[in-house]
Write a protein that binds this ligand. Structure first.
Ligand SMILES: [Zn+2]
Length: 242
């Protein structure tokens, strides 16, 4: 173990378990950026902006209690089911492109899920409070617990186990989120084509953007699952014994 290596402080098991998922996440991020950039340069045949697309779909579905607002952040588009607000980033809100139409329709897809009490969305929303605490605090509990264990303190193992359980809830949240995201995108594309807002050919371009976005969710979920496995390995088995 002589000599200095930048990898000395990095557990090779971490690279082995979490590395592939992390690389996939980087690839997915790059793909969504390029698909978005390409589609944002193509004006749709309907000439609608993202906000107009969203409003038209809401009208068709008779959803009158959802407002559409511009969001401040780039790609910060989301549907807030509590406030019943659809927030669209400036590029999507004002943009007249296939990217803007596709992303706006995807977010309306969530509003339709909400209006129809789509079960996976209801379940996901129920887990939001736990998941938001879980993701940050849990890893610190795991690491803190492992350090205490290393210092031969009996309390370390239960603390690490609690952290691991909390992180497990976060992983469950991410897993339930996947069908919610896939469903919103498939609804969006079916509505856009069905209502004649986009053509079959334009649907291909919209598909590239929404599929790439879905891949980022899949990659993030795989990263979370791999991280959970790695820390479970440290806490329950094969951990460093001093
Ligand atoms: Zn979504």
């Amino acid at each position: 173990m002589a000599g200095f290596s930048p990898f000395y402080f990095i557990d090779p098991r971490f690279l082995l378990i979490v590395g592939p998922a992390f690389v996939l996440a980087m690839i997915a991020q790059a793909k969504v950026k390029s698909a978005y950039a390409k589609a944002s340069r193509i004006r749709g045949s309907s000439g609608l902006s993202g906000a107009e697309t969203a409003q038209r779909i809401l009208d068709i579905y008779g959803i009158r209690n959802v407002r559409i607002e511009p969001a401040r952040t780039f790609l910060g588009d989301h549907y807030d089911s509590r406030a019943k607000v659809l927030r669209l980033s400036p590029e999507v809100y004002q943009g007249r492109s296939l990217a803007a139409e596709g992303i706006a329709a995807h977010e309306v897809g969530h509003a339709i899920q909400d209006a129809s009490n789509y079960s996976a969305l209801v379940l996901r929303n129920g887990l939001v409070p736990m998941a938001s605490i879980g993701s940050n605090l849990s890893i610190w509990l795991v690491i803190g617990g492992l350090v205490l264990s290393y210092l031969q303190m009996a309390i370390g193992q239960p603390i690490a186990a609690i952290g691991l359980g909390m992180f497990g809830l976060f992983v469950v949240f991410q897993l339930i989120n996947l069908p919610v995201e896939f469903n919103a995108s498939s609804r969006a594309r079916a509505i856009l084509v069905g209502q004649g807002i986009i053509t079959e050919q334009e649907n291909q371009t919209v598909g590239h953007v929404l599929n790439a976005a879905a891949m980022t969710y899949v990659a993030a979920t795989l990263t979370a699952v791999a991280t959970l496995l790695y820390y479970a390995l440290l806490v329950f088995g094969g951990g460093r014994r001093s």
